[in-house]
Design a protein around this ligand. Structure first.
Ligand SMILES: *[C@@H]1O[C@H](CO)[C@@H](O)[C@H](O)[C@H]1NC(C)=O
Ligand SMILES: *[C@@H]1O[C@H](CO)[C@@H](O)[C@H](O)[C@H]1NC(C)=O
Ligand SMILES: *[C@@H]1O[C@H](CO)[C@@H](O)[C@H](O)[C@H]1NC(C)=O
Ligand SMILES: *[C@@H]1O[C@H](CO)[C@@H](O)[C@H](O)[C@H]1NC(C)=O
Ligand SMILES: *[C@@H]1O[C@H](CO)[C@@H](O)[C@H](O)[C@H]1NC(C)=O
Ligand SMILES: *[C@@H]1O[C@H](CO)[C@@H](O)[C@H](O)[C@H]1NC(C)=O
Ligand SMILES: *[C@@H]1O[C@H](CO)[C@@H](O)[C@H](O)[C@H]1NC(C)=O
Ligand SMILES: *[C@@H]1O[C@H](CO)[C@@H](O)[C@H](O)[C@H]1NC(C)=O
Ligand SMILES: *[C@@H]1O[C@H](CO)[C@@H](O)[C@H](O)[C@H]1NC(C)=O
Ligand SMILES: [Cu+2]
Length: 567
């Protein structure tokens, strides 16, 4: 009976996407004091709340987020991770790419329709700011999702690494010559890991029901292993892509990755079960990892609150958890082809000539430029005007791009492409430290490749990904480890610039106002030059050195973000 009622309800709902409701959020971004792991520190919250609230929409809805920056000492900008922004590229969020940072005291309205389904998230896209807490789930309901009639309850479960120090000082230290010389530029190690931005979280369970857990890694660095004691997880969605149901006992989530899993509750409510979350220690430099670091967090599936909460069982990391290519898209989409554009990006870490710890793609370290990317039709397709250090690649409309990513580093890197769910054509397994695999010159695509928006590229290895250029706009491609973003592990794809201009996107007045307030030109080449577009004198070609490594005297404010030298 219940089943029938639900089915009826869902049929009723399936009319609603065409109605396209408008869902509006008014957000004051500001400082709040939090202690998710018992350690008190300031964090960035929304409307005085932290954890930040979820965005919940139904496919087809218009989402309006009016962001008011009340931080006083920092700029901000919000990216809606995994949302394509087809026809609304100016709403994508990365500061100094598709918009100016939002000045303290300014309001900025994001406004776009959501034509996708599944599990996404939002986070600050300026200066590593989401490390300090500005991150939350973005959930798109789909009345017609496969298997939806089976599910009686949806639960959001976020995982995230957490630091006791604030990001600006950590970023400064990370890239300092001091860190470069002492630790080879190793990343700051988190102090804790969190489930739903907390610890010891209880998830109420009703015997006999089916739950949909939407699982999101909102962390800045650590990969995380997740396991529910004695409960299988049936994967049905990967980064917004529905997949054929696939049961697993353990999941691995790199930073920014998501899964939806169906969990069948036990048939009786006679005991409770632990949830184990464990940060992958292999990513942390042992020389800076405290011996007493707790890399785990515990939660519980609570069937009966008068029964004890069991201690978490120890988990063994399964190498199978690292192979996400087993997930086959529900729609069975075939491999795209034939490939019309082959690109290669080789990742490396090297100290620059200022002895800073920098990351490069094809020997270029990304540095934000003096104006967000925009240009008149006559020059828009010339990648040079955006400056060498924006690492811009122009792609033609309709092209089938195959990108080979070569990782010369011995650590894994989760690469994210804005604006697409790409196909994973081939990926090498992790190699032993300091071994470098040579990618094959040709690859055979699986019949129906796994698609997602963030892929872990293994240490010493490579990956081939494919997508079609069908979303005109400025599209970032970057590692989702925030320390690496700050160190320059970013490239830009300018997709179909001619078609982009033909869209005639309107930049709202409040977007222009924040540029003006911060003294950032609304248009211009990398150097802000609007007279001679090929004159790049004055473009940012070196990252700022100011204060870096000066641990005793950290900068007193992140206003440097407002110079456009940071994003
Ligand atoms: C956004 O919020 C600010 C501050 O509350 C308000 O002044 C502004 O009118 C709002 N903008 C829109 C488009 O609602
Ligand atoms: C959002 O965009 C739609 C379509 O352009 C427009 O009608 C609406 O007024 C906008 N809303 C806000 C709050 O800017
Ligand atoms: C919305 O998504 C569907 C399915 O991916 C696609 O067919 C349609 O063209 C999209 N509509 C818009 C306006 O992007
Ligand atoms: C937090 O982590 C930093 C860096 O590893 C370490 O110096 C500090 O002692 C840690 N603090 C706590 C309370 O564990
Ligand atoms: C919960 O546990 C208590 C104590 O063991 C028991 O009396 C009760 O029946 C249980 N509830 C359910 C729903 O099984
Ligand atoms: C974290 O959990 C793993 C897996 O159960 C275990 O091997 C490890 O010892 C735990 N770490 C700590 C600090 O307890
Ligand atoms: C990388 O670029 C630097 C200058 O930015 C240059 O000196 C060096 O030769 C380049 N290396 C390679 C392998 O191209
Ligand atoms: C524009 O700048 C380029 C590079 O500096 C220079 O070669 C060219 O002569 C300039 N063009 C004009 C019209 O000044
Ligand atoms: C900005 O202000 C907050 C709240 O007072 C403070 O915790 C934070 O350290 C400041 N940030 C910088 C970079 O000074
Ligand atoms: Cu990385």
């Amino acid at each position: 009976m219940l089943h029938l009622t639900l089915l009826f309800l869902f049929q009723l709902f399936s009319i609603s996407p065409s109605l396209g409701a408008t869902v509006t959020y008014n957000w004051n971004i500001g400082w709040v004091n939090v202690s998710p792991d018992g350690f008190n520190r300031p964090a960035i919250g929304i409307n005085g709340q932290w954890p930040c609230p979820p965005i919940e929409v139904t496919v087809g809805d218009r989402l309006v987020v009016n962001v008011t920056n009340t931080l006083v000492n920092e700029t901000t900008a919000i990216h809606f991770h995994g949302i394509f922004q087809t026809g609304s590229n100016q709403m994508d969020g990365p500061a100094m790419v598709t918009q100016c940072p939002i000045a303290p005291g300014s309001s900025f309205t994001y406004n776009f329709t959501v034509n996708q389904t599944g599990t996404y998230w939002y986070h600050a896209h300026v200066g590593g700011q989401y490390i300090d807490g500005l991150r939350g789930p973005l959930l798109v309901a789909d009345p017609n999702a496969p298997g939806v009639s089976l599910i009686s309850k949806e639960v959001t479960l976020t995982v995230s690494d957490w630091y006791h120090s604030q990001a600006p000082g950590l970023i400064q230290y990370f890239q300092s010559p001091l860190n470069q010389n002492l630790h080879g530029g190793s990343e700051p190690v988190p102090n804790a890991t969190l489930i739903n931005e907390a610890q010891n979280v209880k998830f109420p369970m009703v015997a006999g029901e089916y739950y949909l857990f939407r699982i999101i890694n909102m962390g800045a660095f650590a990969g995380q292993y997740l396991q529910f004691d004695q409960h299988e997880m049936i994967v049905v969605e990967v980064d917004g892509v529905y997949t054929k149901p696939y049961p697993v006992t353990q999941l691995f989530l790199a930073a920014a990755q998501r899964y939806s899993v169906i969990v069948q509750a036990k048939s009786t409510a006679t005991e409770n079960f632990a949830i184990v979350l464990s940060m992958d220690l292999s990513m942390f430099d042992p020389s800076v990892t405290p011996k007493n670091l707790n890399n785990n967090a515990t939660g519980w599936l609570v069937y009966n609150s008068s029964k004890p909460l069991p201690a978490p069982p120890s988990i063994t990391y399964l190498s199978s958890a690292l192979d996400d290519t087993v997930f086959v898209p529900y729609d069975g989409q075939a491999a795209l082809g034939p490939v019309t554009t082959s690109l290669g990006l080789t990742l490396a870490f090297n100290p620059n000539n200022q002895d800073q710890n920098r990351a490069t793609l094809n020997n270029i370290t990304y540095i934000p430029q003096k104006a967000p990317l925009s240009a008149p039709a006559s020059v828009v397709s010339n990648p040079l005007i955006y400056g060498v250090n924006s690492n811009t690649h122009v792609l033609e409309y309709g092209a089938i791009v195959q990108l080979l990513i070569i990782n010369t580093d011995n650590g894994p890197h989760p690469f994210h492409l804005h604006g697409h769910q790409f196909q994973v054509i081939a990926r090498s397994a992790p190699t032993a430290d300091d071994t470098l695999l040579t990618p094959p010159t040709t690859v055979t695509a699986p019949a129906s490749p796994m698609r997602r928006d963030t892929l872990l590229v293994n240490g010493g290895g490579y990956a081939f990904i494919r997508w079609q250029v069908n979303n005109p706009g400025v599209t970032l491609f970057h590692c989702h480890i925030e320390w690496h973003v700050e160190a320059g592990l970013v490239a830009t794809f300018l997709e179909a610039p001619t078609q982009l201009q033909a869209l005639g996107l309107v930049i709202p007045q409040n977007h222009k106002d924040t540029c003006t307030k911060l003294g950032i030109p609304l248009t211009g080449n990398a150097a802000g030059n609007t007279v001679n577009w090929t004159d790049l004198a004055g473009a940012n070609i070196e990252p700022p050195l100011n204060n870096w490594g000066a641990l005793v005297n950290p900068p007193t404010s992140r206003v440097r973000r407002m110079t456009g030298a940071w994003f």
